[in-house]
Structures are given as structure tokens and as C-alpha cells.
Design a protein around this ligand. Sequence first.
Ligand SMILES: [Zn+2]
Ligand SMILES: [Zn+2]
Length: 248
Amino acid sequence: MKLTIVGSRGAYPLEGEATSCYLIQDNDTNIVLDFGAGSLAKIQQFIALEQIDAVLITHYHPDHFSDIFCLQHAFLIKNQLGEIDKKLRIYAPNHEPYFSQMTLEMSSESIPIKGQTVIKLGDMTLEFLETKHIIYSLAIKLTKGDKSIVYTSDTELTDELIEFSKGCHVLLCECSLYQPIPEIKGHMSTLEVEKLIELSGPRMTLLTHLPPYGRNELLLENIKPYPIALASAGVFIDCHEACEHSND
Ligand SMILES: [Zn+2]
Ligand SMILES: [Zn+2]
């Protein structure tokens, strides 16, 4: 499994950036976790759109899914032009008014997911956990062999999330808060992230959903001495090589 950061900003993207969007590639399977603002333009630096097999939406906040509508139109136009004969699969919570919009003729089909759902995509097993957020949201665990990646999406710290994350290879963890906005319901600050790392023991942690203000490096300084880095576009981790690279 290879994880590439496409977008790592929370709330809204700064110039040239994207909000939540993570590309996972394993052999011929290409899937994307979340598709927030800015993702559609940014992801084309890493993969041709028609090679994307499925997008998994954790929840219906704009910084996690707003670009999905334009991606549907990309698939629609490519199908109409005869460039492809393929529908995008969109896995998403079965909540309206958005779930029914994930299906579009000649473009995409929607498949509902919720906590406890288990699916196979290629050689990867995907599990989901309902998290504690402002609206219904899911964390995702992808496992292949003895390696797993856990993506928290947006959440407060819960015992269930600690259990869900235990022993993972890569923890892709939201870390949204520092001064002057140290606390918001439904998100984690460095204090909670440190506790999650301490109790779940990931091999490495990438902090993501980064605040669009202040100095993000402060987040690293507040979480020591664990192996952590900030997620930024172009950073990728190949779980089989067990090391981190950067295109920057
Ligand atoms: Zn968010
Ligand atoms: Zn959210």
C-alpha cells in the first residue's frame, strides 16, 4: 500500500493547496480517501482521473467532499467522449441530502458505508468506525498483510478510536487546534493526539487537517518524542518499504 498526500488542510485550502484528500495505491487498485476543496486539480499531479477506481467519503463537510461533484462530471464527460467505459464508485455514509447525489448516470455509483462495515478493495481490507464529530463521520482502517493505515478523519478522542488504531503502521491523524483557537468540539488538539499515539502505538504518525493559520510546525513541537511529521502534498509512504519519501 502506498499513501500519497494530495491535500492536508482543514477547513479551507490556502493558495495551490487542497483540503482532505489521500491517494492509496496497491498494485492496480487506486482509491482516494476524501475529496475536499481543491482535490480535483491537485490529484492530477499524481494520477490520471480515469485511473481512480473509488472514492471513500468520511463525512459531508465541504473540506472532505466538496470536489466530488466536479469529479463526477469529469467521469461523465470522459464516458460521453468514449475515452473510458467506467463508473466511479463512491463509498459514503447513507445520509441525505447528499448520499443520493453520489449516483450520477454515466458517471458514478454510490455504495453506503457505516461503522462496522468491512469491504475488500483489491487486496486491501477496509474497516470503518463511527467517530465523535459534529456530524456523522467515519474513521477508516486499510489493512494488507501485517500492515495497516488508519485515517481518523475528523473526530474527538474516544476509547473506540484508540482501540481501532492500535498497532497500525501509519496513523493519518487530524490535528486541528492550537492557539488562538485551542478547542473546538469534534476535533483534536496536540494533547489528544499525543494521548492517541501513546495508547495506540503507531509506527509513525502524519498530522493532517492542518489549521489554515499560524505556524503548523508548532504542532510537532507539542508532540514529543514520537515519530511524527506534518502531512503535505506530495509526501508519500510506501508501507512495504516502511519509509517516508517526499517529492518536494
Ligand atoms: Zn474537516
Ligand atoms: Zn468535519
